[in-house]
Design a protein around this ligand. Structure first.
Ligand code: SF4
Length: 377
């Protein structure tokens, strides 16, 4: 089985007001160039740990990876292909922010093998985009889609956020309707989550930001499902929708508990039953690599019980659910033997369904999935 490879590019033009991801405003082009040299060191070092692993999916996430010039992207790819076998027709995604792409740029990306673009759209409400601190307009989203299509990208994804400050159901409906008119192959729909130190999180703590309540969030979530299903999208994971044949194979690896390596600042890996997290401070990251060491901050070996638990709750995030035969093949024991009581309770209450040897979460419970998953932890 091939593995997934994620590369983190932690730079953006500026910080969005809601963002608590590991990303920084890009101070200069040299900073990006410098960072790429460290990524290349990390790729080389990983071959000692993960030699001979075929790469099935490659995902540049961030941050704003589309700040990478095609030349820098090509440098990284060349280093990867020198050290890891790349499978034929591997899925190659680059996250991009509207306004950072040009036709020539996209053509060169395609020449480097990029076959999927994931656009950080977030909203089609112009005043809301400004309020969020996004650096692009609605028009730039539309232009990016036209450019990507003209350049030859056949697989475009949008990220959208609902539950924004004072957002009404009809405003969200409007965003969804414009999104489906542009016909991306993939849509990720996330509820706003404000963590720790983002500008909005601080405003909220001071009582200056008002978010929709839980009922309004559930209405927005189910409206997304209704509109997207009626436009031919499959709801294949709690937050993800795709036209048939366009599921994101990279992300499916996470939900199927398949191995992946994350490289770059703060990136996470799951390989050889270990969860690994890279250093999230730039000086620690570069310092380890300068010393010839992989920049690990934590390495945690999962116990059998933890692996089983992750297999259950990650699998239940997907519409296919957990294949009980796969569980047996992986762990040498039946789901019923480990989680008999929990499964029986959830089936009895219609929270889980059993179909053709699969346990599937009833979509009615998607908004409260984390509470259901607690039963497996
Ligand atoms: S573009 Fe994405 S990663 Fe960058 S600041 Fe905005 S939300 Fe955060």
């Amino acid at each position: 089985m091939g593995i997934g490879l994620y590369l983190h590019i932690p730079f953006c033009w500026k910080k969005c007001h809601y963002c608590d991801f590991l990303s920084f405003p890009l101070s200069s082009r040299e900073t990006l160039h410098h960072y790429v040299q460290y990524l290349k060191k990390e790729i080389k070092l990983w071959t000692l740990t993960a030699a001979e692993k075929n790469i099935e999916t490659l995902y540049f996430g961030g941050g704003t990876p589309s700040l990478l010039t095609p030349k820098l992207l090509g440098e990284i790819l060349a280093t990867i292909s020198q050290h890891f076998p790349l499978e034929e027709n591997f899925e190659f995604t680059v996250e991009a922010n509207p306004g950072t792409l040009s036709y020539d740029f996209l053509k060169e990306y395609i020449n480097e093998g990029v076959n999927r673009i994931s656009l950080g759209v977030q909203s089609f409400d112009e005043p809301m985009l400004k309020r969020m601190g996004r650096t692009h307009s609605v028009r730039e989203v539309e232009e990016s889609v036209v450019l990507a299509r003209r350049a030859g990208i056949k697989n475009i994804g949008f990220d959208l956020i609902y539950g924004l400050p004072e957002q009404s159901l009809s405003q969200w409906e409007n965003t969804l309707k414009i999104a489906v008119e542009l016909a991306p192959e993939h849509l990720s729909v996330y509820g706003l989550s404000l963590e720790n130190s983002s500008h909005w999180a601080l405003k909220r703590k001071r009582g200056e930001l008002f978010l929709p309540d839980q009922d309004a969030l559930a209405d927005m979530y189910f409206l997304s499902r209704e509109i997207l299903l009626s436009h031919g999208y499959e709801h294949y994971e709690i937050s993800n929708f795709a036209k048939p044949g366009f599921r994101c194979w990279h992300n499916l690896k996470y939900w199927k508990l398949e191995p992946y390596i994350g490289m770059g600042l703060g990136a996470s890996s799951y390989i050889n039953n270990r969860r690994i997290k890279n250093a999230s401070k730039m000086e620690d990251y570069t310092g380890s690599l300068d010393g010839g060491k992989l920049p690990f901050e934590t390495v945690e070996k999962l116990s059998l019980k933890e692996e089983m638990s992750e297999f259950m709750f990650l699998g239940l995030r997907t519409a296919e659910g957990v294949n009980t035969r796969d569980f047996f093949e992986k762990f040498g024991t039946h789901v019923q033997q480990v989680y008999g009581k929990e499964v029986e309770f959830l089936l009895r209450h219609g929270i889980l369904w059993e179909k053709n040897g699969r346990l599937i979460l009833n979509p009615r419970y998607y908004p409260v999935a984390n509470e259901v998953f607690l039963r497996f932890i």
